[in-house]
Design a protein around this ligand. Structure first.
Ligand SMILES: [Zn+2]
Ligand SMILES: [Zn+2]
Length: 244
């Protein structure tokens, strides 16, 4: 964790450019590098290509119950580290139930990242999967990436960091493709690198960013924070991130 740590540098520049996000950026600055650097082992995703294709063809994500083995002590250690650093760091303390729940999810991230990477290696060309929820772990998509010159749409999972293709014009929540009920909101100032895609059929939204390369797994949470103004914009118009 040096001065040149790209994760911390990116959070510092976020805080400098958006003072209203600096408190959140300082919490992330404590949490995310510890999650990334945790010494915490997880068993590989032990699935053959056939077995994995079988699950996906039945609409089931690869990780089910039970999960592959993981170092539960390492996860508990990471969680108590995160609680301790937030309690001692003057950032409000790790006492609220919501925060504790969030930290317990962060404490499992190293395991999910490993399984996500294993799954991506199993399907280098991408999986056959046309759903808005992650094909590896089942979490709802965190955001969409519009990649390259053709802006191919790839969804990203915030938990395991897997990616997958999804029809460009369809709503990730309900599949609606009717152009008259699909919309785009652009951030104030009109930067062309991020936007919100909305759906009037389910009142859901999804953030999308234009990027040349996939966002590295460690930076997904940072990009999510950087684009928080888009969440406010969408919610102010009555859209929900995870509509029922
Ligand atoms: Zn996932
Ligand atoms: Zn929808």
């Amino acid at each position: 964790m040096t001065e040149k740590d790209p994760l911390r540098a990116r959070l510092r520049s976020l805080a400098a450019g958006a003072p209203e996000l600096s408190a959140a950026a300082s919490v992330y600055g404590e949490v995310l590098p510890r999650v990334r650097d945790a010494d915490f082992r997880a068993s590989p995703l032990a699935l053959s290509l056939d077995a994995a294709e079988g699950l996906l063809s039945r609409g089931r994500p690869l990780l089910g119950d039970p999960l592959p083995g993981y170092d539960a002590e390492g996860a508990a250690r990471l969680q108590s580290d995160l609680e301790a650093v937030l309690a001692g760091g003057g950032v409000g303390g790790a006492s609220s139930p919501d925060l504790l729940e969030a930290l317990s999810k962060y404490a499992m991230r190293p395991a999910y990242r490993r399984w996500g990477a294993d799954a991506m290696a199993l399907f280098p060309e991408g999986p056959r999967w046309e759903r808005g929820a992650c094909w590896v772990c089942g979490d709802p998509a965190l955001l969409a990436e519009l990649r390259g010159n053709v802006q191919a749409r790839r969804l990203r999972c915030g938990r395991c960091a897997a990616s997958w293709g999804y029809p460009r014009l369809a709503c990730v929540h309900c599949g609606n493709e009717e152009p008259s009920t699909r919309g785009v909101l652009l951030p104030e100032g009109g930067a062309e690198t991020s936007r919100v895609e909305t759906c009037d059929a389910c009142r859901g939204y999804l953030k999308a960013i234009v990027t040349h390369d996939p966002v590295p797994a460690d930076l997904l949470a940072v990009v999510d924070l950087e684009t928080l103004p888009l969440d406010f914009l969408a919610r102010a118009r009555g859209y929900e991130r995870y509509p029922r």
